[in-house]
Write a protein that binds this ligand. Structure first.
Ligand code: ADP
Ligand code: MG
Length: 339
């Protein structure tokens, strides 16, 4: 394969290189049953919005969550355990990268062709290094899979050593797994080399799905570990590694808000890095949902990223144009609190 000629505009275009981090909702909506048909329909909508922003002056890289898909595979494994040995959790992570990489290739590939773009969608099975000494391994915090009764929970703890926590609101117990910090993306150098050689004009790479398959170094080898890496924190790392200009987190709300869940709700529009940092420290953004997105943005910007966006898929084109979503740019002040 020879590297495609990279036009000067492509290298230096004003829009530059953009990493889009798609949340679960871009793939499966809350009230969906989780069928493949639903996923295709939802991804088709998402894909047409993505194709609309794939302008010639913009390189796109996509990453995505995998929570609902891992949940289904865990349930499958549980039900089939009498007949087929259940794979480790990290293998389920690899399976979802394949499944969702395929889905994105199908739908985004189709949408790009319809938009007369000849870019190929190229999913990359991605491993993410974590530290075996990460404190997360001692205190699992990320809920995965279905809800269990109290007696099931006791049994699973006794027989499989799982950590489970009761969710009183939703009436049941859930398995908690460690959520260690991403340290290094093993396929990152290869993807960066391809982008820097101009492949961004021809390819949309789909990388580190579900935050990447967590691996640790043991006896001179990479070994998978049962953990779940936050996809937004992984996106911050990927964004910096690839030298992207903009990290855009696409979720099911139009941005980050102050006073979320209260009568005094204010959506954040263009906000300064300092202001967002202050709101984050005040605990405005819920742990496990908006919190890690804002944290990812702060990390990305503090390590040299230029622009961070939180938006829903519908407003993505407007958000990239600086007219919607929560927008933070290095060195730019807050402008307003409403959009
Ligand atoms: P994704 O699957 O896209 O990663 P999450 O469900 O993890 O999305 O996070 C998005 C959710 O965060 C929203 O649906 C919203 O309910 C919740 N949320 C919590 N705090 C805030 C906040 N301060 N502003 C906006 N959304 C918030
Ligand atoms: Mg989610």
């Amino acid at each position: 394969m020879t590297a495609p000629r990279s036009t000067a505009r492509h290298r230096t275009g004003r829009s530059g290189r953009v990493l889009l981090a798609l949340g679960g909702n871009a793939i499966q909506r809350a009230h969906d049953h989780g069928t493949w048909r639903e996923a295709v329909r939802q991804m088709r909508r998402t894909a047409s919005a993505l194709a609309a922003v794939a302008t010639p002056d913009r390189e796109l890289v996509v990453t995505h969550g995998n929570g609902p898909q891992v949940g289904s595979l865990l349930r499958e494994a549980e039900l089939g355990a009498g007949e087929v040995p259940a794979p480790p959790l990290y293998v389920l992570g690899a399976e979802t990268q394949g499944q969702l990489g395929f889905l994105i290739a199908q739908e985004l590939g189709g949408a790009l062709r319809r938009a007369r773009s000849d870019r190929s969608v190229v999913p990359i099975v991605s491993r993410m290094v974590v530290s075996a000494r990460d404190p997360a391994f001692r205190s699992p915090s990320k809920p995965v899979g279905r809800f269990y009764s109290a007696s099931e929970a006791r049994k699973l703890h006794r027989t499989l050593g799982w950590t489970l926590r009761e969710d009183r609101q939703r009436g049941g117990w859930r398995r908690l797994v460690p959520s260690p910090h991403p340290i290094r993306w093993l396929e990152g150098d290869a993807v960066r080399s391809m982008l820097n050689a101009g492949f961004g004009a021809r390819c949309v790479f789909v990388v580190t799905g579900g935050g990447g398959i967590p691996v640790v170094r043991r006896r001179g080898r990479w070994e998978g570990v049962d953990a779940v890496i936050d996809k937004d924190l992984a996106a911050a790392l990927v964004g910096r590694h690839l030298g992207v200009d903009t990290l855009a987190i696409v979720t099911d709300v139009p941005g980050a808000a102050l006073g979320y869940g209260t009568d005094d709700l204010r959506w954040l529009g263009q906000v300064s890095l300092e202001e967002l940092t202050r709101s984050w420290r005040r605990g405005e953004f819920e742990e496990g949902s908006m919190g890690p997105k804002v944290e990812a943005g702060l990390r990305f910007l503090r390590s040299g990223g230029r622009r961070f966006l939180i938006t829903d898929i519908r407003s993505l084109p407007e958000a990239l144009a600086g007219r919607a979503g929560t927008r933070v740019e290095n060195g730019r002040p807050s402008v307003d609190y409403s959009h």
